[in-house]
Design a protein around this ligand. Structure first.
Ligand code: MRU
Length: 317
């Protein structure tokens, strides 16, 4: 697995031999992004199965790594249900299905981007987050590959800089014009009329469309509504949690204060200071113009549009 904590400066791969290696990589964000967390966990469980370990216990260890991205539980449940013998082929299916879903979301979402647009995105939702072309970033890449001249404003995404480090790395690779902004610059740029549309990913979408995503997404939704700019969420169906009625029941990961109190290993706040570090926030469905899934572009009322595409009945847990 590519160690994303070292990007863009160093390209180094991690060899995972056990599910615990995979769990460690997920926990420290070497592997991250909701769909990729699910894919990595599926392969991690495959390693446990191959080694003849207790897969239920391995699953619990993997599930404990990050609480918000529901793709994690979705993928782990699929591999457990497939059984130890079929674990690897199930993991490969999950990976392939994500690649395919990315292409479909890319095509559907690109229809919402016109030539000459400036689009704004948050965090990293590209290949580094899904293993395919990405979700929100996949839409942007698809529009660019279709020949549309676009410009991308990239939120740096505090505190771990997934936007500045990872999204910009992918955009540079694709030669897509982009500028990095500090997260707090986004609302003013939206107000100025410079931003044509906002595309973000999701870690968990409730039945009513409320969407958890990287901290800082909610302020984009508020600014978008205040200034009449379309705000799109792009996510595969595996990000929809049919067991959660609305955003108030979505578990929000709180990460270590050290990510805020220090920067690149150097203490930046007084030694006596403490910090709060919620890694995600919830954007209420009312601020979302549409949710782009591989199964179609969903509009409000999301209760109905989401229920229509979710084929599996609710799993009680
Ligand atoms: O903490 P991270 O980097 O895993 O957070 C990632 C995000 O919030 C992404 O927007 C989300 O997982 C969607 S990735 C296609």
């Amino acid at each position: 697995m590519l160690d994303q904590t070292l990007l863009p400066g160093v390209v180094r791969y991690i060899d995972a031999h056990t599910h615990a290696d995979v769990a460690d990589a997920i926990r420290r964000l070497a592997v991250r992004g909701a769909p990729l967390i699910g894919i990595a966990a599926a392969y991690g469980l495959t390693l446990a199965a191959r080694r003849g370990e207790d897969t239920r216990r391995a699953a619990d260890e993997l599930l404990a790594t990050r609480p918000t991205a529901v793709n994690l539980r979705w993928a782990v449940d699929r591999v457990l249900a497939a059984g130890a013998e079929a674990a690897e082929s199930e993991a490969r299916d999950i990976h392939d299905e994500q690649r395919q879903a990315d292409l479909q979301m890319g095509e559907l979402g690109a229809e919402l981007i016109a030539d000459g647009m400036t689009v704004l995105t948050h965090c990293n939702t590209g290949s580094l987050a899904t293993g395919g072309i990405g979700t929100a970033l996949g839409v942007i890449k698809t529009a660019y590959r279709q020949g549309k001249r676009i410009r991308v404003l990239v939120d740096e995404t505090r505190p771990l800089l997934q936007g500045a480090r990872l999204t910009s790395w992918e955009l540079a690779h694709e030669r897509i014009p982009h500028e990095i902004i500090v997260d707090a610059a986004a609302p003013a740029l939206i107000a100025s009329g410079e931003v044509s549309a906002i595309f973000v990913g999701a870690d968990r979408i409730a039945q009513n469309g409320d969407t958890a995503n990287k901290i800082g997404t909610y302020m984009l939704g508020l600014a978008a509504q205040a200034h009449d700019v379309p705000f799109y969420v792009v996510a595969p169906a595996s990000t929809i949690d049919v067991n959660v009625a609305d955003g108030s029941s979505i578990a929000i990961e709180e990460r270590e204060a050290g990510e805020i109190l220090a920067f690149a290993g150097r203490q930046t706040a007084p030694a006596s200071s403490v910090a709060r570090n919620p890694a995600f926030d919830v954007t209420p469905a009312g601020l979302i113009t549409a949710i782009i899934t591989a199964r179609g572009v969903l509009r409000a009322p999301y209760h109905t549009s989401i229920a229509r595409i979710v084929q599996q009945p609710a799993v009680v847990r």
